[in-house]
Design a protein around this ligand. Structure first.
Ligand code: TRP
Length: 84
């Protein structure tokens, strides 16, 4: 995040937010992108089956990511298992 403008983009306008990795440990895991700003809503969702991996990025639009179901989640702050 650019401390001056608050934009999660570099000089070339490319997204520069952190990534997370989600590995589904069962079928039907759902990953939701939640909007940045005053209003929190789900703007996108992805369904993963067991063994599928999603690499997702925090952007100007996405401030939080919600995972429903049994999954392994890797982030900058560590590794956690959801659901199960
Ligand atoms: N719209 C919220 C925000 O920009 C999204 C958010 C960020 C959020 N972190 C969260 C929602 C933690 C729930 C829990 O701050």
């Amino acid at each position: 995040m650019d401390g001056v403008t608050g934009a999660m983009v570099n000089e070339d306008g490319e997204a520069s937010g952190r990534y997370i990795v989600v590995k589904a440990l069962e079928d039907g895991v759902v990953i939701m992108g939640l909007t940045r700003g005053k209003d929190t809503r789900s703007h996108h969702s992805e369904r993963l089956d067991a063994g599928e991996v999603l690499v997702a990025q925090f952007t100007e639009l996405t401030a939080a990511i919600k995972v429903r179901g049994h999954a392994e989640i890797l982030t900058d702050v560590g590794k956690v298992e959801s659901g199960g």
